[in-house]
Design a protein around this ligand. Structure first.
Ligand code: ZN
Length: 411
Protein backbone atom coordinates (compact mmCIF):
# COMPACT_ATOMS: atom_id res chain seq x y z
CA UNK A 1 0.00 0.00 0.00
CA UNK A 2 1.18 3.51 -0.76
CA UNK A 3 0.79 6.71 1.26
CA UNK A 4 2.21 9.31 -1.10
CA UNK A 5 2.54 12.13 1.46
CA UNK A 6 -0.43 14.08 0.16
CA UNK A 7 -3.44 11.87 -0.59
CA UNK A 8 -5.44 10.56 2.38
CA UNK A 9 -6.33 7.32 0.63
CA UNK A 10 -3.78 4.53 0.46
CA UNK A 11 -3.31 3.01 -2.97
CA UNK A 12 -2.48 -0.64 -3.54
CA UNK A 13 -1.31 -2.85 -6.40
CA UNK A 14 1.56 -0.59 -7.37
CA UNK A 15 5.22 -1.00 -8.21
CA UNK A 16 7.62 1.83 -7.56
CA UNK A 17 10.76 2.08 -9.67
CA UNK A 18 13.76 3.86 -8.12
CA UNK A 19 16.60 4.78 -10.43
CA UNK A 20 19.68 6.41 -8.92
CA UNK A 21 18.47 8.74 -6.19
CA UNK A 22 15.03 9.45 -7.67
CA UNK A 23 11.66 7.82 -8.09
CA UNK A 24 11.50 7.02 -11.77
CA UNK A 25 7.93 5.80 -12.01
CA UNK A 26 4.93 4.40 -10.18
CA UNK A 27 3.24 1.65 -12.21
CA UNK A 28 0.75 -1.18 -11.80
CA UNK A 29 2.47 -4.14 -10.22
CA UNK A 30 1.38 -6.48 -13.04
CA UNK A 31 3.71 -4.66 -15.44
CA UNK A 32 7.08 -6.36 -15.82
CA UNK A 33 9.94 -4.64 -13.97
CA UNK A 34 12.94 -3.53 -16.00
CA UNK A 35 15.62 -6.16 -16.48
CA UNK A 36 18.24 -6.29 -13.74
CA UNK A 37 16.11 -4.33 -11.26
CA UNK A 38 16.45 -5.34 -7.62
CA UNK A 39 13.01 -6.21 -6.27
CA UNK A 40 11.78 -5.40 -2.75
CA UNK A 41 8.41 -6.98 -1.97
CA UNK A 42 6.67 -4.87 0.65
CA UNK A 43 4.10 -7.63 1.19
CA UNK A 44 1.04 -5.48 1.89
CA UNK A 45 2.87 -3.13 4.23
CA UNK A 46 2.80 0.65 3.78
CA UNK A 47 5.29 2.58 1.71
CA UNK A 48 5.54 6.26 2.61
CA UNK A 49 7.91 9.21 2.19
CA UNK A 50 10.73 9.65 4.71
CA UNK A 51 9.83 11.86 7.67
CA UNK A 52 10.96 15.48 7.96
CA UNK A 53 11.71 17.30 11.23
CA UNK A 54 11.43 21.05 10.67
CA UNK A 55 13.09 22.06 13.96
CA UNK A 56 16.19 20.10 14.80
CA UNK A 57 19.65 20.89 16.17
CA UNK A 58 21.98 18.33 14.64
CA UNK A 59 24.97 19.22 16.77
CA UNK A 60 23.20 19.83 20.08
CA UNK A 61 20.50 17.14 20.05
CA UNK A 62 22.21 14.32 21.89
CA UNK A 63 24.95 15.82 24.09
CA UNK A 64 24.45 17.29 27.57
CA UNK A 65 25.03 21.03 27.82
CA UNK A 66 28.10 20.50 30.00
CA UNK A 67 29.76 18.43 27.28
CA UNK A 68 28.91 21.00 24.62
CA UNK A 69 30.77 23.61 26.63
CA UNK A 70 33.76 21.61 27.71
CA UNK A 71 34.38 18.58 25.48
CA UNK A 72 36.97 18.50 22.71
CA UNK A 73 35.20 19.92 19.67
CA UNK A 74 36.15 16.78 17.73
CA UNK A 75 34.19 14.68 20.20
CA UNK A 76 31.17 16.97 19.86
CA UNK A 77 31.07 16.46 16.09
CA UNK A 78 31.64 12.69 16.33
CA UNK A 79 28.79 12.44 18.83
CA UNK A 80 26.59 14.53 16.53
CA UNK A 81 27.47 12.20 13.66
CA UNK A 82 26.44 9.16 15.71
CA UNK A 83 23.16 10.87 16.53
CA UNK A 84 22.64 11.77 12.86
CA UNK A 85 22.72 8.05 12.05
CA UNK A 86 20.15 7.40 14.79
CA UNK A 87 17.99 10.20 13.36
CA UNK A 88 18.00 8.50 9.97
CA UNK A 89 17.24 5.14 11.60
CA UNK A 90 14.15 6.72 13.18
CA UNK A 91 12.94 7.35 9.62
CA UNK A 92 13.74 11.05 9.57
CA UNK A 93 15.41 11.38 6.20
CA UNK A 94 15.50 15.20 6.33
CA UNK A 95 15.90 17.76 9.10
CA UNK A 96 15.86 21.53 9.07
CA UNK A 97 18.66 22.55 11.39
CA UNK A 98 17.67 25.77 13.12
CA UNK A 99 20.89 26.62 14.87
CA UNK A 100 24.32 25.12 15.22
CA UNK A 101 27.49 24.41 13.24
CA UNK A 102 26.02 21.66 11.06
CA UNK A 103 27.71 22.52 7.74
CA UNK A 104 30.60 20.03 7.97
CA UNK A 105 28.41 17.14 9.12
CA UNK A 106 25.93 17.94 6.36
CA UNK A 107 28.71 17.77 3.80
CA UNK A 108 30.05 14.48 5.18
CA UNK A 109 26.54 12.99 5.03
CA UNK A 110 25.92 14.29 1.50
CA UNK A 111 29.30 12.92 0.40
CA UNK A 112 28.31 9.50 1.73
CA UNK A 113 31.07 9.41 4.36
CA UNK A 114 28.69 8.94 7.29
CA UNK A 115 24.98 8.02 7.45
CA UNK A 116 22.50 10.71 8.41
CA UNK A 117 19.55 12.77 7.20
CA UNK A 118 19.58 15.55 4.65
CA UNK A 119 20.28 18.76 6.55
CA UNK A 120 18.88 22.20 5.76
CA UNK A 121 21.39 24.24 7.77
CA UNK A 122 20.82 27.67 9.31
CA UNK A 123 24.32 27.81 10.73
CA UNK A 124 24.73 29.81 13.90
CA UNK A 125 21.57 31.08 15.44
CA UNK A 126 21.83 34.84 15.61
CA UNK A 127 20.86 36.55 18.84
CA UNK A 128 21.58 39.68 20.88
CA UNK A 129 23.57 40.16 24.03
CA UNK A 130 21.44 38.57 26.75
CA UNK A 131 19.03 36.90 24.31
CA UNK A 132 18.29 33.18 24.00
CA UNK A 133 21.48 31.45 22.91
CA UNK A 134 23.85 33.95 24.55
CA UNK A 135 25.36 31.32 26.84
CA UNK A 136 28.56 33.22 27.58
CA UNK A 137 30.11 33.03 31.00
CA UNK A 138 29.75 36.30 32.86
CA UNK A 139 33.55 36.32 33.05
CA UNK A 140 33.50 36.94 29.26
CA UNK A 141 31.91 40.34 29.88
CA UNK A 142 32.19 43.12 29.02
CA UNK A 143 33.03 42.64 25.37
CA UNK A 144 34.59 45.68 23.80
CA UNK A 145 33.05 46.42 20.38
CA UNK A 146 34.98 44.48 17.75
CA UNK A 147 36.60 42.43 20.51
CA UNK A 148 37.29 38.68 20.38
CA UNK A 149 34.46 36.20 19.93
CA UNK A 150 33.32 33.87 22.69
CA UNK A 151 33.76 30.10 22.35
CA UNK A 152 30.22 29.39 21.14
CA UNK A 153 30.56 32.14 18.55
CA UNK A 154 33.87 30.79 17.33
CA UNK A 155 32.47 27.32 16.71
CA UNK A 156 29.39 28.76 14.99
CA UNK A 157 26.83 27.72 17.59
CA UNK A 158 25.44 31.19 18.22
CA UNK A 159 26.40 34.66 17.04
CA UNK A 160 25.73 37.73 19.11
CA UNK A 161 24.76 40.85 17.14
CA UNK A 162 23.79 44.17 18.68
CA UNK A 163 23.19 46.37 15.68
CA UNK A 164 21.62 46.10 12.24
CA UNK A 165 25.08 46.10 10.68
CA UNK A 166 26.21 43.23 12.88
CA UNK A 167 23.07 41.30 11.99
CA UNK A 168 23.82 41.77 8.28
CA UNK A 169 27.40 40.60 8.77
CA UNK A 170 26.43 37.44 10.64
CA UNK A 171 23.56 36.62 8.28
CA UNK A 172 25.84 36.95 5.27
CA UNK A 173 28.47 34.78 6.94
CA UNK A 174 25.95 31.98 7.44
CA UNK A 175 24.81 32.26 3.82
CA UNK A 176 28.42 32.16 2.64
CA UNK A 177 28.84 28.85 4.46
CA UNK A 178 25.76 27.43 2.73
CA UNK A 179 22.87 28.28 5.06
CA UNK A 180 19.57 27.41 3.39
CA UNK A 181 17.65 29.77 5.71
CA UNK A 182 18.49 32.11 8.57
CA UNK A 183 17.52 31.77 12.22
CA UNK A 184 17.14 34.90 14.32
CA UNK A 185 16.23 34.87 18.00
CA UNK A 186 13.30 37.08 18.98
CA UNK A 187 13.35 36.67 22.76
CA UNK A 188 14.12 34.28 25.60
CA UNK A 189 14.23 30.51 25.44
CA UNK A 190 13.91 27.39 27.55
CA UNK A 191 17.56 26.38 27.36
CA UNK A 192 18.78 29.86 28.35
CA UNK A 193 18.28 30.18 32.11
CA UNK A 194 19.11 33.89 32.14
CA UNK A 195 16.20 34.70 29.87
CA UNK A 196 12.46 34.92 30.29
CA UNK A 197 10.18 34.11 27.39
CA UNK A 198 8.55 37.55 27.33
CA UNK A 199 11.70 39.65 26.83
CA UNK A 200 12.66 41.16 23.48
CA UNK A 201 15.98 40.85 21.68
CA UNK A 202 16.22 42.52 18.25
CA UNK A 203 14.54 45.80 17.46
CA UNK A 204 12.38 45.89 14.35
CA UNK A 205 15.11 47.57 12.24
CA UNK A 206 17.61 44.93 13.36
CA UNK A 207 15.21 42.16 12.32
CA UNK A 208 14.61 43.94 9.03
CA UNK A 209 18.34 44.07 8.33
CA UNK A 210 18.47 40.29 8.70
CA UNK A 211 15.40 39.75 6.56
CA UNK A 212 16.81 41.97 3.81
CA UNK A 213 20.22 40.30 3.88
CA UNK A 214 18.53 36.90 3.54
CA UNK A 215 16.15 38.15 0.83
CA UNK A 216 19.14 39.42 -1.18
CA UNK A 217 20.12 35.76 -1.51
CA UNK A 218 16.52 34.70 -2.16
CA UNK A 219 15.91 32.95 1.12
CA UNK A 220 13.96 33.60 4.29
CA UNK A 221 14.31 34.24 7.99
CA UNK A 222 12.83 32.04 10.72
CA UNK A 223 12.40 33.79 14.06
CA UNK A 224 12.41 32.08 17.45
CA UNK A 225 9.49 33.72 19.31
CA UNK A 226 6.91 32.66 21.88
CA UNK A 227 4.70 35.64 22.87
CA UNK A 228 2.45 37.71 20.59
CA UNK A 229 4.48 40.94 20.74
CA UNK A 230 7.68 39.20 19.58
CA UNK A 231 5.87 37.38 16.79
CA UNK A 232 4.24 40.59 15.61
CA UNK A 233 7.52 42.48 15.60
CA UNK A 234 9.22 39.75 13.57
CA UNK A 235 6.38 39.68 11.05
CA UNK A 236 6.39 43.47 10.76
CA UNK A 237 10.06 43.18 9.79
CA UNK A 238 9.31 40.58 7.12
CA UNK A 239 10.05 37.24 8.83
CA UNK A 240 8.38 34.40 6.91
CA UNK A 241 8.49 31.71 9.55
CA UNK A 242 7.92 31.74 13.32
CA UNK A 243 9.56 29.02 15.41
CA UNK A 244 7.60 27.90 18.52
CA UNK A 245 4.82 30.48 19.04
CA UNK A 246 3.44 28.68 22.09
CA UNK A 247 2.20 31.87 23.79
CA UNK A 248 0.29 33.06 20.73
CA UNK A 249 -3.05 34.85 20.95
CA UNK A 250 -5.99 35.14 18.59
CA UNK A 251 -4.97 38.46 17.02
CA UNK A 252 -1.48 37.16 16.26
CA UNK A 253 -2.87 33.95 14.79
CA UNK A 254 -5.06 36.06 12.49
CA UNK A 255 -2.05 38.13 11.48
CA UNK A 256 -0.01 35.04 10.66
CA UNK A 257 -2.79 33.61 8.52
CA UNK A 258 -3.35 36.92 6.76
CA UNK A 259 0.37 37.40 6.00
CA UNK A 260 0.79 33.74 5.05
CA UNK A 261 3.60 33.31 7.59
CA UNK A 262 4.65 29.76 8.49
CA UNK A 263 4.35 28.45 12.02
CA UNK A 264 7.03 25.88 12.82
CA UNK A 265 6.00 24.60 16.22
CA UNK A 266 6.51 21.56 18.43
CA UNK A 267 4.05 19.47 20.46
CA UNK A 268 5.55 19.63 23.96
CA UNK A 269 2.84 18.00 26.05
CA UNK A 270 4.79 17.13 29.19
CA UNK A 271 8.18 17.59 30.80
CA UNK A 272 9.14 14.17 29.48
CA UNK A 273 9.36 15.74 26.01
CA UNK A 274 12.41 17.70 27.15
CA UNK A 275 15.59 16.98 29.01
CA UNK A 276 15.19 17.79 32.72
CA UNK A 277 15.30 21.53 33.41
CA UNK A 278 15.76 23.47 36.64
CA UNK A 279 15.36 27.08 37.81
CA UNK A 280 14.24 29.65 35.24
CA UNK A 281 14.68 27.13 32.41
CA UNK A 282 12.02 24.96 34.02
CA UNK A 283 9.74 27.97 34.50
CA UNK A 284 10.14 28.72 30.79
CA UNK A 285 9.53 25.09 29.84
CA UNK A 286 6.33 24.89 31.87
CA UNK A 287 5.06 28.03 30.12
CA UNK A 288 5.76 26.41 26.76
CA UNK A 289 3.99 23.19 27.73
CA UNK A 290 1.02 25.18 29.02
CA UNK A 291 0.82 26.96 25.65
CA UNK A 292 1.02 23.90 23.42
CA UNK A 293 -2.72 23.32 23.23
CA UNK A 294 -3.38 26.99 22.51
CA UNK A 295 -0.91 27.26 19.66
CA UNK A 296 -2.24 24.18 17.87
CA UNK A 297 -5.86 25.16 18.44
CA UNK A 298 -5.20 28.63 16.99
CA UNK A 299 -3.15 27.25 14.10
CA UNK A 300 -5.98 24.93 13.16
CA UNK A 301 -8.74 27.47 13.62
CA UNK A 302 -6.99 30.09 11.48
CA UNK A 303 -5.55 27.61 8.98
CA UNK A 304 -2.00 28.81 9.55
CA UNK A 305 0.57 26.95 7.47
CA UNK A 306 1.99 24.71 10.18
CA UNK A 307 5.18 22.66 10.12
CA UNK A 308 6.08 19.84 12.51
CA UNK A 309 9.33 19.81 14.46
CA UNK A 310 10.64 18.38 17.71
CA UNK A 311 13.47 20.62 18.99
CA UNK A 312 14.76 17.72 21.13
CA UNK A 313 17.97 18.73 22.87
CA UNK A 314 20.83 17.71 25.10
CA UNK A 315 20.07 14.01 25.61
CA UNK A 316 20.36 10.85 23.54
CA UNK A 317 17.41 9.33 25.38
CA UNK A 318 15.18 12.34 24.72
CA UNK A 319 16.03 12.18 21.00
CA UNK A 320 14.55 8.67 20.92
CA UNK A 321 11.19 10.44 21.30
CA UNK A 322 11.40 12.04 17.84
CA UNK A 323 8.75 9.78 16.31
CA UNK A 324 6.68 9.72 19.50
CA UNK A 325 6.53 13.53 19.37
CA UNK A 326 4.82 13.26 15.99
CA UNK A 327 2.12 11.03 17.49
CA UNK A 328 1.32 13.77 20.03
CA UNK A 329 -0.25 15.67 17.13
CA UNK A 330 -3.25 13.31 17.14
CA UNK A 331 -4.58 15.50 19.98
CA UNK A 332 -5.41 18.12 17.30
CA UNK A 333 -5.25 16.47 13.88
CA UNK A 334 -6.44 13.26 12.28
CA UNK A 335 -3.81 10.67 11.44
CA UNK A 336 -3.63 11.50 7.74
CA UNK A 337 -3.03 15.19 8.50
CA UNK A 338 -0.34 14.26 11.02
CA UNK A 339 1.50 12.20 8.42
CA UNK A 340 1.06 14.87 5.76
CA UNK A 341 2.51 17.49 8.08
CA UNK A 342 5.69 15.48 8.66
CA UNK A 343 6.11 14.84 4.92
CA UNK A 344 4.62 17.00 2.16
CA UNK A 345 3.72 20.00 4.33
CA UNK A 346 7.15 20.23 5.92
CA UNK A 347 8.63 19.89 2.44
CA UNK A 348 6.74 23.01 1.37
CA UNK A 349 8.48 24.95 4.12
CA UNK A 350 11.87 23.57 3.05
CA UNK A 351 11.20 24.67 -0.52
CA UNK A 352 11.08 28.30 0.67
CA UNK A 353 14.87 28.25 0.57
CA UNK A 354 14.56 28.66 -3.21
CA UNK A 355 18.00 28.77 -4.83
CA UNK A 356 19.61 28.21 -1.39
CA UNK A 357 17.86 24.81 -1.17
CA UNK A 358 20.75 22.31 -1.07
CA UNK A 359 18.55 19.48 -2.43
CA UNK A 360 16.92 20.75 -5.60
CA UNK A 361 14.08 18.31 -6.12
CA UNK A 362 10.86 17.05 -4.56
CA UNK A 363 10.90 15.82 -0.97
CA UNK A 364 8.15 14.53 1.33
CA UNK A 365 6.16 13.07 -1.53
CA UNK A 366 6.09 9.89 -3.57
CA UNK A 367 5.66 10.73 -7.22
CA UNK A 368 7.68 10.63 -10.42
CA UNK A 369 11.05 12.35 -10.15
CA UNK A 370 10.87 12.94 -6.37
CA UNK A 371 13.92 12.04 -4.30
CA UNK A 372 13.85 8.37 -3.28
CA UNK A 373 13.51 8.92 0.49
CA UNK A 374 11.21 6.07 1.49
CA UNK A 375 9.99 4.06 4.46
CA UNK A 376 8.23 0.71 4.59
CA UNK A 377 6.03 0.51 7.70
CA UNK A 378 4.86 -2.80 9.13
CA UNK A 379 1.20 -1.84 9.23
CA UNK A 380 -0.97 1.07 8.19
CA UNK A 381 0.10 4.34 9.87
CA UNK A 382 -3.11 6.10 8.77
CA UNK A 383 -5.05 3.61 10.92
CA UNK A 384 -2.41 3.52 13.63
CA UNK A 385 -0.04 6.47 13.72
CA UNK A 386 1.56 5.07 16.88
CA UNK A 387 3.60 2.81 14.59
CA UNK A 388 5.82 5.87 14.00
CA UNK A 389 6.82 5.94 17.69
CA UNK A 390 8.61 2.58 17.44
CA UNK A 391 10.80 2.79 14.34
CA UNK A 392 13.19 0.07 15.54
CA UNK A 393 10.33 -2.43 15.43
CA UNK A 394 7.96 -1.06 12.80
CA UNK A 395 10.14 0.51 10.11
CA UNK A 396 11.18 -2.38 7.90
CA UNK A 397 12.92 -0.41 5.16
CA UNK A 398 14.61 2.98 5.36
CA UNK A 399 15.87 4.40 2.07
CA UNK A 400 17.43 7.82 1.58
CA UNK A 401 18.55 9.24 -1.73
CA UNK A 402 17.98 5.83 -3.35
CA UNK A 403 20.21 4.00 -0.89
CA UNK A 404 18.87 1.34 1.49
CA UNK A 405 20.01 1.97 5.09
CA UNK A 406 17.77 -0.65 6.68
CA UNK A 407 15.88 -3.65 5.33
CA UNK A 408 14.39 -6.15 7.76
CA UNK A 409 11.72 -7.47 5.39
CA UNK A 410 11.58 -11.26 5.27
CA UNK A 411 13.66 -12.41 2.31
ZN1 ZN B 1 15.40 25.05 18.74
Amino acid sequence: MLFDGRSEALRGGLRLLVEGNRIKSIANSDLAPPEGAQMIDCGGRTLMPGLIDAHWHTIFAALPVAALFSADVGYIFLAASAEAEQTLMRGFTTVRDVGGPSFALKQAIDDGLVPGPRIYPSGALITTTGGHGDMRFLSDLPRSPGGPLSYLEQIGAANIADSADEVRLRVREQLLQGASQIKLVGGGGVASPRTTLDMFTFSEPEFRAGVEAAADRDTYVAVHAYPPAQIQRAIAAGAQCIEHGHLMDEATAKLMAEKDVWLSTQPFVSEEDNSPMTGQSRVNLLQVIAGTNTVYALAKEHKIKTAFGTDLLFSNTVTERQGLMLTHLTRWYDNADVLKMATSVNAELLAMSGPRNPYQGKLGIIEDDAFADLLVIDGNPIDNVDLIARPDKNFMVIMKNGKVYKNTLPA
